[in-house]
Design a protein around this ligand. Structure first.
Ligand code: NAP
Ligand code: MG
Length: 478
């Protein structure tokens, strides 16, 4: 086992969570016309706040506000729009600790991650797209690029603020206005972002936040005056949205699930690969669409890799998300925990061998230990379906060709990882893998300048980079 660590809790006094929240429409917080729901802290099950559930009528008001705001916002010079985006980016940095603590409380992710990954990458996205706002005609997307209009954006609970940034920053930079629906279990940082929009004096209606569940999301994407739909979430809901907007002239980007192969060759630097395997699957409790959830390890080094991986897993600290030493926080919801348990039990029933280090889990809240399955075959459901939790399936291969075949044997195609000392092998694998992102000797690295998106059932369209602008401009093709 690892060292004993004294508790190192981050103070939550920096956040001021209100008892109840309304909707953010036309620059103001307003009461919804629908009912309300509770958001909880998944590490303790305490209720954090009561949040308005936007009805169809509320969504309609938000879309109307966005439409009114579009006139001014789209005609404003790029240079002026950039000023607002730079201001938002700076406020995100200034209020970074508050955002990180609130994200960890509402979502369950370790403060180490919300503080060092989520919030800095969120700020970086706003800075990056602020820089594009007055340079759109140089983006290689046509001589006089024009915004689409009102964007309806629906995001999941695994990276609440980061997914907001991926959607809002490019939309605004291009001159669109937005109506965004955060996930039901993690609405609080989107509502704090609404306050930041007020603080930045963003013109009313440019950003509208409508909280709610699936029904609210449906109202946003199917509203007739929404020109562009941007969705991140499950493949099942993505397909439902594609059906709902078929036959309309709405433009859409869908960022869906994944089942990434993380491929370790026998010449890889093993200790470095172990860190990449751990980060690939246990980062954010494995609630990551691009998680390296299938480890493909070359047979000749499989025993050594597994032994070192198990030793490393024994040092992972699972527990209080606000403790600065925590590596793995709480599972986001009882429902998600149920899904992870069910698929893990199916893994055992189908004949795979389950292993997890001994670890004390807190008595309240939702927890799952870091887990690996060995003896997994490609037919097993844990090798095919997204577990979306801290569960790794281990498979082996003998030749590069077999690695490619197994890696691509999935309905998804979002990401992959390759670990080898050979540069030529990295390039060869990257050209063979049907995945939107291929990481070489690293994993789960996010940068606003680089496009992200999938093949096959992982969706279509790209977010991030110059390509991410195309999703918010008329007639543009990245
Ligand atoms: P989800 O059920 O698809 O939910 C995503 C969002 O859609 C939530 O805001 C949800 O509201 C809303 N929604 C549900 N039903 C809807 C409908 N019929 N019409 C419109 N909106 C609807 O997915 P999740 O369980 O929250 O997230 C996990 C999934 O997202 C995983 O499969 C993961 O791979 C995928 N994901 C993909 C990416 C990517 O970039 N490709 C990133 C993150 C996550 P509620 O919150 O109320 O359910
Ligand atoms: Mg919550």
């Amino acid at each position: 086992m690892g060292f004993e660590y004294a508790p190192a809790p981050e103070s939550r006094s920096i956040v001021d969570i209100k008892a109840s929240y309304g909707l953010f429409i036309d620059g103001e917080f307003v009461d919804g016309r629908g009912s309300s729901f509770k958001t909880i802290n998944p590490a303790t099950e305490e209720t954090l706040a009561e949040v308005a559930e936007a009805s169809d009528a509320d969504v309609d008001l938000a879309v109307k506000a966005a439409r009114r705001a579009f006139r001014g916002w789209s005609r404003m010079s790029g240079k002026e729009r950039a000023k607002y985006l730079f201001r938002i980016a700076r406020i995100i940095q200034e209020r970074g600790r508050e955002l990180a603590v609130l994200e960890s409380i509402d979502n369950g992710k370790p403060i180490k991650e919300s503080r060092d990954v989520d919030v800095p990458v969120v700020a970086a996205h706003f800075f990056y797209y602020a820089g594009w706002a007055d340079k759109l005609e140089y983006a290689g997307l046509g001589p006089n690029p024009q915004p689409l209009g009102v964007a309806g954006q629906v995001i999941p609970w695994n990276f609440p603020l980061l997914m907001l940034a991926w959607k809002v920053a490019p939309a605004l930079a291009c001159g669109n206005t937005v109506v965004l629906k955060p996930a039901e279990t993690t609405p609080l940082t989107a509502l704090l972002f609404a306050e930041i929009c007020q603080q930045a004096d963003l013109p009313p209606g440019v950003v509208n936040i409508v909280t709610g569940a699936g029904g609210t999301g449906q109202a946003v994407v199917s509203h007739p005056d929404v020109d562009k739909v941007a969705f991140t979430g499950s493949t099942a809901v993505g397909k439902a949205i594609a059906r709902a907007i078929a036959g309309t002239d709405k433009k859409a980007t869908l960022e869906l699930g994944g089942k990434a192969a993380n491929i370790v060759f026998d010449d890889a630097a093993i200790d470095q690969a172990i860190e990449g395997i751990v980060g690939g699957i246990f980062f954010n409790q494995g609630h990551v669409c691009c998680a390296g959830s299938r480890l493909l390890v070359q047979e000749s080094v499989a025993d050594e890799v597994l032994a070192r991986l198990k030793r490393r897993m024994g040092t992972l600290r699972v527990g209080d998300p606000l403790d600065k030493n925590t590596d793995i926080g709480a599972i986001n919801s009882a429902e998600q925990l149920g899904r992870i348990r069910e698929l893990s039990e199916i893994g055992v029933a189908e004949g795979a061998e389950r292993w997890a280090p001994a670890c004390d889990l807190p008595s309240s809240g939702f927890w799952f230990p870091p887990t690996i399955f060995t003896g997994v075959t490609q037919a097993h459901r844990i090798a095919r379906e997204e577990v979306f939790g801290p569960v790794l399936s281990v498979l082996t291969f003998r030749t590069p060709a077999e690695a490619v075949e197994k890696a691509n044997n999935t309905p998804y195609g979002l990401s992959a990882g390759v670990w080898t000392e050979k540069g030529s092998r990295i390039l060869h694998m990257a050209s063979q893998l049907r995945a939107g992102v291929v990481w070489a000797n690293t994993f789960n690295k996010f940068d606003p300048t680089s496009p992200f998106g999938g093949y096959k059932e992982s969706g279509y369209g790209r977010e991030g980079g110059r390509q991410g602008l195309a999703a918010y401009l008329k007639g543009a093709d990245a």
